[in-house]
Design a protein around this ligand. Structure first.
Ligand code: KG4
Ligand code: ZN
Length: 344
């Protein structure tokens, strides 16, 4: 089965073709980040309009890369949510229309399930069951993954997501957008121990995250020390270290609680090299396998949606001929995937 994947939930237009036998045949990505950078964050209306402009050319590009025609596609998977409603509608309406025109099924994919399964695109995929640290611009959660389609959320953020905290810190320090990569770059020349940062919610049991206190702490530090030499880099480094160490502590707890031996890191913040290194070190120390997707599949892309959609279509899932865009779609409400025996 050959599946077209479409991702338009935020500011990246992603298209990919995944084949059950050949694997990932093609993927194409267009990031709007430079357009939104001028405004310091994503402008939803601009995002939707740009998806309209870029989606079909990217599809043609993918078909060329894969050396196939639209009629070779057996199904279409599109991100149905969560995300920006206008942006989601572009992918949902286009995906549904392409499926209808080809007479093939379409399937609505949960964006976070896409992130969660992205490591399976790699040559050495993790084995089930595993615990996933899912950290993106809109979500931070720890999820127990027993098999594809069977997820148990172990803990979530109570306020800001990790990526959001990076974005807000970057804005505060005048570093630009998107925040993750620019904070990470600034941190390279900073001393992470120059200022003291809290490790939020690590002093009590539980797998919840909270990053808004860290944001306030960062703002206070910046207000008091912005005149000092190298303050921007030192604060960026201290903030990054606090986020990374907090996540390592929470991951260790999640691994202990689930008695799991395989950890997966996914989502945009999973592109953070300090986080990848710290979790790999923890894996060596505590005997876990640690895997993550290549950097370009940590952030939004069409390949992860094509892969998740492939597995849902393979399990017999397809949706009625409607356009489904769900800006808020808690992962807990995601339908479990039927097993081969037809049970959920
Ligand atoms: O998964 P993603 O592309 O989109 C969402 O689903 O939200 O994640 C985007 C988030 C942004 O907040 C961005 O600042 C963050 O991922 N990010 C990073 C890095 N690269 C992207 N955060 C920390 N370090 C990075 N290198
Ligand atoms: Zn994402």
């Amino acid at each position: 089965m050959r599946v077209l994947g479409i991702e338009t939930s935020c500011d990246e237009t992603g298209v990919a073709i995944y084949d059950g036998e050949l694997g990932l045949m093609a993927h194409a990505l267009y990031s709007q980040a430079h357009i939104h950078a001028e405004y310091g964050g994503v402008v939803p209306e601009i995002a939707s309009r740009d998806h309209v402009r870029k989606l079909l050319p990217l599809l043609d590009d993918c078909l060329r890369q894969a050396g196939c025609k639209r009629s070779d596609l057996d199904g279409v998977a599109y991100t149905s949510g969560p995300g920006l409603i206008g942006a989601l509608l572009v992918g949902a309406a286009s995906g549904r229309a392409i499926a209808l025109s080809l007479g093939v099924p379409a399937v609505a994919v949960h964006h976070m399930e896409g992130h969660l399964l992205a490591p399976l695109l790699e040559a050495d995929p993790p084995e089930f069951p595993f615990v996933a640290l899912l950290v993106s611009g809109g979500h931070s959660m720890l999820v127990e993954v027993r098999r594809i389609g069977e997820y148990r959320v172990l803990g979530e953020t109570l306020d800001d997501a990790a990526g959001e905290a990076f974005d807000k810190t970057a804005k505060l320090l005048g570093l630009g957008y998107p925040g993750g990569p620019v904070v990470a770059r600034a941190a390279e020349s900073g001393d992470p121990d120059k200022y003291r940062f809290p490790r939020p919610m690590t002093d009590r049991p539980g797998l919840e995250f909270s990053f808004s206190g860290l944001k306030t702490h960062t703002r206070n530090l910046w207000n008091n020390h912005s005149g000092e030499e190298n303050a921007q880099a030192d604060i960026a480094a201290g903030f990054q270290k606090a986020v990374v160490e907090t996540m390592v502590i929470k991951c260790r707890r999640a691994m202990q609680e689930t008695r799991s031996s395989q950890l997966v890191i996914a989502g945009g913040v999973g592109a953070n090299l300090q986080l990848r290194e710290a979790l790999s070190r923890a894996g060596e120390k505590y005997g876990w396998g640690v895997s993550y997707p290549r950097i370009e599949f940590c952030t939004d892309n069409g390949a992860m949606i094509a892969l998740a959609g492939y597995h849902r279509l393979l399990a017999g899932e397809s949706e009625p001929k409607v356009i489904r865009a769900r800006p808020r779609w808690p992962m807990k409400e995601l339908d479990p995937l039927p097993t081969a025996e037809g049970q959920v």
